[in-house]
Write a protein that binds this ligand. Structure first.
Ligand code: AMP
Length: 280
């Protein structure tokens, strides 16, 4: 595995693989098994696997954790190598944004709900950095986690609308044994919060079961999920929503087709998000 830090170096390396299929995994680093699953998919499904580590300032709000976002480049490089990555791209902020952006990308759909509602500009920052990374790497396949289901949905619309030619592949959420979705931010949970955190996924699964058993009101399903999270954790619920997927639209009548039941809960130092996606 080679580590590249400049766009020129990475492009030069990739130019030597003209007719090869390139799989790409964009990340912010501090790898856990969720990231490794994406990388394993990229390396087993393509000739060349590229991953990037870039903590993108554009997608962090003024009161979010850009400065303190966990970083461990040495460990990440070892894990990426073991996961079959051929090229690990680790640019600096100056490399990605040598000047103030003169172009702005703005999502006009799928961002006014779920995390987008409380993180204005977040997804615009995400699509901006991805547009740059996609133009640098020119991948055939891009791997993203369904843990960040709204991100996946936004990126799907963004890639379709701008005619990027790669295939976007959603990879299922990797979880701890007790069900907690793996996340770089789980380290911020206190011991007691860590013990409560699996309730989030349990409550979502319970909601999914009620929907599958025939509950026709999304409102009732969301209420049950909220009650379980409130009863079992000290976290403060930001949202629990049941929407169509990947459109992320409200379903007025009874739920039908592909649906997402998603939740975000704020603990003292960590905001956890999780979801279940299913057909009814
Ligand atoms: P991040 O480094 O947090 O930006 O995540 C990089 C990629 O890993 C994104 O596509 C995430 O959706 C994905 N990811 C994060 N956590 C998980 C997980 N537990 N299971 C699967 N994919 C994940």
């Amino acid at each position: 595995m080679k580590i590249l830090r400049t766009i020129t170096e990475l492009r030069k390396e990739l130019a030597a693989h003209q007719n090869k299929k390139i799989g790409f995994v964009p990340t912010m680093g501090y790898f856990h098994e969720g990231h490794l699953s994406l990388m394993n998919h990229a390396s087993s499904g393509n000739d060349i696997a590229v991953a990037s580590i870039f903590v993108n300032p554009l997608q962090f709000g003024p009161n979010e954790d850009f400065e303190t976002y966990p970083r461990d480049e040495e460990r990440d490089a070892e894990l990426a190598r073991n996961a079959g990555i051929d090229y690990l791209f680790i640019p600096t902020v100056e490399t990605m944004y040598p000047n103030k952006m003169r172009v702005s990308l703005h999502m006009t759909s799928r961002t006014d709900v779920l995390c987008g509602a409380s993180r204005p500009g977040h997804f615009d920052g995400v699509i901006t950095v991805l547009a740059k990374l996609f133009n640098i790497v020119m991948p055939d396949r891009v791997y993203m986690g369904l843990k960040d289901a709204q991100q996946f949905s936004v990126v799907e619309a963004f890639c379709k609308d701008l005619n990027f030619s790669h295939e976007l592949i959603g990879v299922p959420t990797v979880r701890e044994d007790d069900g907690l979705a793996k996340s770089s931010r789980n380290i911020y949970l206190s011991e007691s919060e860590r013990a409560q955190a699996p309730s989030l996924y349990k409550a979502l699964q319970m909601g999914k079961k009620i929907a599958e058993d025939g509950e026709e009101s999304c409102e009732n399903i969301m209420k049950h999920v909220m009650k379980q999270i409130t009863d079992e954790t000290s976290g403060i619920i930001d949202y629990v929503r049941m929407l169509s997927f990947p459109e992320l639209e409200e379903v007025v009548d009874k739920p039908k087709g592909k649906m997402i039941l998603a939740a975000a809960v704020n603990f003292s130092r960590a905001r956890l998000i999780d979801n279940v996606i299913f057909e009814v």
